[in-house]
Design a protein around this ligand. Structure first.
Ligand SMILES: Cc1ncc(COP(=O)(O)O)c(C=O)c1O
Length: 438
């Protein structure tokens, strides 16, 4: 089938040049490079859905505050390892106003992107108790988290939650916790890549088992407030962003500023440790740290060793953004709603042309429209579909690299797709369907 929207020979030769064993198994960055090469050689613009980068300008409040901080000379000064007091106070206010939870500002720590927060936690949490040395991932998930465990030598287990939604989650989770080796659980909510959001029932199940088995829940809120089915944007007013933190005091939250505030480039995120966990004494920590107190080991052991704190000027940026959000002056959710609106239109273009949405429900409720969605085409595996779509000017990633068992699925990220590309997308999907439907 060589009558494809993008010159067949060019795509074929560029794929061959990359020397990948299977295009369908390529990492996100390899795909990005491949599509860059095809675009250059063909002069055609792709519908680029492979990378999860913010497609919006950065928060101006942040940029202005950062410039001011730099002009005031902060670049010459080491910031405190656990963050500047102004920022710590605003993080604590933020979680009170948007999650309705109480966390001391001392336990709110800026990190070099939320990725550093998870790295620091894998390292510290798995050293609290000798016998608890394994992190459990509720998949699908962000592949880099597992890469972090691999480079640290931390053990991990995982399962795809697709068949274990609602009440079924309890037995599944318990089957892991019972073994006694699980220190912690990590999941993202809303979820990258599937955009499922756990219901309050599911969060309660996770929390109750965490309490029963003394397991730390690491909740990755990289897409904070971005389940647009509800309005989580009003400080201090319900509904609040759902979180396990409402139901257990054994948690760590990672809140990224990359997507919610379009501040990915400055690599600043937040690690919020519950008051109870921060003050938990765990004798086995002494094997690696001067203190057996979790919070102290985290700050003066792990974070000190990793980067000795987070960029000084970026901390002022985030403090200013959070202050205006907390004061009700800046509605950050309004700024990112565009992602949900685009997803709504794009999902319809796919389903109108023979494609299916793979992860499509939260228990009985239709999935939200947001930063990502997952799709498949009847009769094709995700890897086959990914390769074929490249000839139609569309790029995405395979769900198999995210721990998903839905081998038919691909993940689409809507952020880089411009509205003026929708007509191209429609034409290309149409051509694909015409060439593949029986
Ligand atoms: C689930 C998840 N966690 C963390 C991150 C990265 O966050 P940060 O840029 O704050 O390190 C991403 C970015 O794509 C993500 O999807």
């Amino acid at each position: 089938m060589t009558n494809t929207p993008i010159n067949y020979e060019i795509v074929k030769s560029k794929i061959e040049e990359m020397n990948l064993p299977f295009v369908g198994k390529a990492t996100i960055r390899e795909l990005k490079r491949l599509v860059d090469n095809i675009e250059k050689a063909s002069g055609e613009k792709y519908i680029r859905m492979e990378m999860g980068v913010p497609g919006l300008p950065p928060s101006k409040i942040g940029v202005d505050a950062e410039i001011e901080a730099l002009n005031n000379g902060v670049a010459a000064i080491y910031p405190d390892i656990d963050g500047v007091p102004l920022l710590k106070t605003e993080i604590s206010r933020f979680v009170k106003l948007f999650l309705d939870i109480d966390v001391d500002s001392a336990n709110c720590i800026p990190t070099v992107g939320s990725m550093q927060g998870s790295f620091a936690c894998f390292m510290t949490v798995n050293r609290m108790y000798k016998e608890k040395d394994t992190t459990l991932f509720i998949d699908p998930g962000f592949p880099v988290h597992k890469q972090q465990c691999k480079v640290l030598g931390v053990k991990f287990e995982s399962f795809d939650v697709y068949n274990y939604r609602g009440d079924k989650l309890k037995d599944k989770l318990e089957s892991y916790f019972k073994k006694g080796n699980i220190s912690s659980v990590l999941y993202s909510n809303p979820n990258n890549p599937s955009w499922i959001c756990f219901t309050d029932k599911e969060l309660t199940i996770i929390a109750d088992l965490a309490n029963q088995y003394n397991v730390v829940i690491m909740e990755d809120l990289a897409y904070f407030g971005m389940d647009f089915r509800k309005d989580y944007s009003k400080p201090g007013l319900p509904p609040f962003q759902p979180s396990v933190a409402k139901y257990t005091d054994n948690y760590i939250l990672f809140i990224s500023s990359s997507k919610a505030f379009s501040y990915a480039g400055q690599r600043i995120g937040m690690m919020v440790i519950s008051n109870k966990l921060f003050n938990t004494q765990a004798e086995d920590l002494k094997r690696f740290y001067n203190s057996d107190l979790f919070g102290k080991a985290m700050i003066f052991g792990t974070v000190y060793a990793l980067s000795s704190g987070t960029s000084h000027s970026a901390q002022y940026a985030l403090a200013a953004i959070l202050k205006s959000v907390n004061d009700g002056k800046y509605n950050f959710v309004d700024d990112v709603k565009e992602y949900g609106e685009k997803a709504h239109i794009m999902k319809k273009l796919f389903t109108d042309n023979g494609f299916k949405i793979v992860y499509d429900k939260d228990e009985n409720e239709p999935l939200a429209d947001g930063f990502y969605f997952t799709f498949s085409y009847p009769g094709l595996t995700g890897e086959q579909l990914l390769e074929k779509l490249l000839y139609y000017g569309i790029s995405a990633i395979s769900l198999t690299i995210t721990g998903s068992e839905r081998i038919e699925g691909l993940r689409a990220c809507v952020s880089l797709v411009k509205r003026n590309q929708f007509s191209d997308l429609e034409k290309r999907l149409n051509a694909f369907n015409a060439n593949h439907s029986n």
